[in-house]
Write a protein that binds this ligand. Structure first.
Ligand SMILES: [Zn+2]
Ligand SMILES: [Zn+2]
Length: 273
């Protein structure tokens, strides 16, 4: 089955962020091969004071990152190339995020919660395995941080929304109210939610967020984007057809196209035999 005109991968990492492999041109060629009409590079934002510097771009890389992508746009006219960034929401960094993202003419800013202020183990989101707290409380703290991030108005798309989930502990079972709070906030803020397929490559074996949450978002009229969260070129568009086949069953699914941090259009899946 082919999905006409919908293959836009809005979540790609390159070697610029020091833990992904492959040059930008390798990702572009893989995208063309895998049937993408558009891709958005979203390497990890640099953070002040060398915070988590081994997993993100350096401050001085950002000019190169943007400059190189502008050149590649000329070299590959057969595919649309967007310039984006995956920005961490961490309480206390709001001013920095606001200033940094306004310095460049970006197409898309994904908001991700990878770190939570005052959590153990360098505030890493998976620190909870080192605490005594119960999972629903940990989920709640994660979604509370996400809610704060959404309310800042500094971001366009919520990345891998239920990244925190552990196998056999579905967040909807214990934290439905948190999910509803997030979806309502996203809707009010006119943001989109990403369907991130990287979970399908991991033990959790489902998308971020889970299909049940995608369905709730679609019901509320929230627009979605697709992201493979590729860290190597062959992952571009990872399992998009399967995911579209499933989520396409939710009536009213709308995929947002972005440009210069605005929704440039909304598309519904078109199934072709
Ligand atoms: Zn991420
Ligand atoms: Zn990512």
């Amino acid at each position: 089955m082919v999905f006409f005109n919908l293959m836009r991968d809005y979540h790609l990492h390159t070697s610029y962020c020091r833990h992904a492999y492959g040059e930008m041109s390798d990702f572009i060629e893989s995208a063309i091969e895998n049937g993408m009409v558009e891709i958005c590079f979203t390497d990890h934002i640099p953070l002040p004071d060398g915070f988590d510097s081994s997993h993100r771009m350096a401050m001085e890389d950002m000019e190169k990152y943007v400059g190189q992508l502008r050149k590649l746009r000329q070299m590959y006219p057969e595919i649309s190339i967007l310039i984006g960034i995956e920005a961490d929401y961490i309480e206390g960094y709001e001013k920095f995020i606001e200033e940094f993202t306004s310095l460049y003419s970006l197409d898309l800013v994904i908001m991700s919660v990878h770190f939570i202020k005052d959590w153990p183990n360098n505030q890493w989101v998976f620190s909870f395995s080192y605490t005594e707290e119960t999972l629903p409380k940990i989920y709640h703290e994660y979604f509370t941080a996400m809610y704060r991030g959404i309310k800042t108005g500094l971001f366009d798309v919520v990345g891998h929304m239920d990244l925190i989930k552990r196998p056999n502990h579905p967040v909807l079972e214990t934290n439905r109210e948190d999910i509803e709070m997030i979806l309502d906030a996203v809707h009010r803020q006119k943001m989109s939610i990403e369907i991130n397929t990287s979970g399908l490559r991991k033990t959790i074996a489902e998308t971020f967020p889970a299909p049940g949450i995608v369905e709730m978002a679609v019901k509320r009229g929230i627009t979605m984007t697709l992201g493979s969260d590729s860290h190597i070129p062959p992952q571009v568009g990872f399992q998009f057809e399967d995911v579209l086949r499933e989520t396409g069953k939710f009536p009213g699914l709308k995929l947002a196209r972005y440009q210069k941090r605005k929704v440039a259009g909304v598309e519904m899946p078109v199934f072709m035999g």
